[in-house]
Design a protein around this ligand. Structure first.
Ligand SMILES: Cc1ncc(COP(=O)(O)O)c(C=O)c1O
Length: 355
């Protein structure tokens, strides 16, 4: 772990925390007092700083802006009733970040920089972690190519940055999703399995079209045949069909979600049957017609557990059972919240305490 002294810390002279009700702010718009920056140049990681959150001068020629050599992560810190702050599975995010870095020809971030920077940053901004039942501090680590150069090649310089913002519920209501059979999020051999910035920019137009039809999100289908379900927005997708929890198997077009991993671990711990496999649109249409779909929901850090109340496919609409009747996803939601807020025992060792 890097020593505190390795990071040059410039504390803010005026905390802005009193200007907000951190338990009641819109997602992703109000940033905490400080940020962490690590700089990479000449083949190695160098300067580490924590400064007040602020704009920084950058060149319009910066390579991340032109060719999308940019990756990111998303995780959350929670405050217990006794005021203790813990981060949910940050090492998993660290590992996934470096998987993304390798695929995007970027330098891997050393664990001591990722974790050391994160912990020092959180210690300064503890007051920004919400105390409400569904509140958390959203943590956004990202790595960007910073060469001032227009040639298409891996950058020689990079910045790894962590910023944070208080967050409440991402979706206020259960969502309706539209199965997308024209546009594609990810293809075999592409970058769908990593958190490359471009994956998200490309998703906005199809999502906008779905929203114009009254849906909140799309369900992406496989790029080759458009007949298998993959993910929904920034969430992995799950169903309870009969007595099984069913979710698309991981592949190079699906992000290996940490919430997905956690939900499946709980399901297995509770003795449920878990199936990670291909799910065709036809299977969902048939199961719905027979009344076998008990639950459908998206899982992800930002949205946590987002119940899906209806699924559109072409001109059809499948209405799903009321949220109150959904035993599994309601229990998972409560259990994850309990573990994160320190009310339930952390049997799996998922919480990383900020000391
Ligand atoms: C495309 C995509 N799928 C799934 C997820 C869920 O992953 P996690 O549970 O790690 O947040 C995310 C969010 O990170 C995502 O961007």
């Amino acid at each position: 772990m890097i020593a505190n002294a390795d990071i040059k810390i410039e504390k803010t002279a005026h905390s802005r925390v009193g200007e907000y009700d951190v338990n009641n702010v819109p997602f992703g718009k109000c940033f905490s007092d400080h940020m962490f920056i690590a700089e990479y140049a000449d083949g190695k990681w160098g300067k580490l700083t924590i400064t007040p959150y602020r704009d920084v001068p950058m060149s319009y020629a910066m390579s991340a802006l032109h060719y999308g050599q940019a990756i990111f992560e998303g995780m959350k810190a929670y405050k217990s009733e006794s005021g203790e702050v813990s981060v949910f599975r940050p090492i998993d995010n660290f590992n996934r970040m470096n998987k993304s870095a390798i695929r995007m020809a970027m330098p891997e971030v050393p664990e001591e920089i990722f974790m050391g920077g994160l912990l020092e940053l959180l210690k300064l901004d503890l007051a920004w972690v919400p105390t409400s039942e569904t509140g958390s501090l959203y943590i956004r680590p990202f790595l960007i190519a910073t060469d001032e150069a227009i040639g298409v090649k891996p950058s020689d310089t990079y910045k790894f940055v962590i910023i944070t913002c208080p967050a409440g519920k991402y979706y206020s209501e259960p969502i309706k999703v539209l199965i997308e059979t024209n546009y594609i999020r990810a293809v075999q051999g592409g970058v769908g399995f990593v958190k490359a910035a471009g994956n998200y920019g490309r998703s906005l137009y199809p999502t906008k079209l779905a929203q114009q039809k009254g849906y909140q999100q799309v369900i992406w289908t496989d790029g080759a045949t458009h007949s298998y379900l993959e993910e929904s927005g920034t969430m992995n997708l799950m169903f309870v069909i009969g007595n099984s929890v069913v979710t698309p198997a991981l592949s190079d077009t699906i992000l290996d979600g940490i919430t997905r991993r956690s939900v499946l671990a709980l399901a297995r711990d509770w003795g449920m049957n878990v199936e990670e496999r291909k799910i065709s649109i036809q299977e969902i249409l048939d199961a719905h017609a027979k009344g076998e779909i008990k639950e459908a929901f998206g899982v992800g850090t930002a949205a946590t557990i987002a119940p899906i109340i209806g699924i559109g496919y072409k001109e059809d609409y499948m209405e799903l059972p009321p949220v109150a009747e959904r035993k599994f996803s309601n229990k998972v939601d409560e259990t994850l919240r309990g573990i994160r807020k320190g009310k339930l025992e952390d049997k799996m060792g998922w919480m990383y305490k900020v000391k």
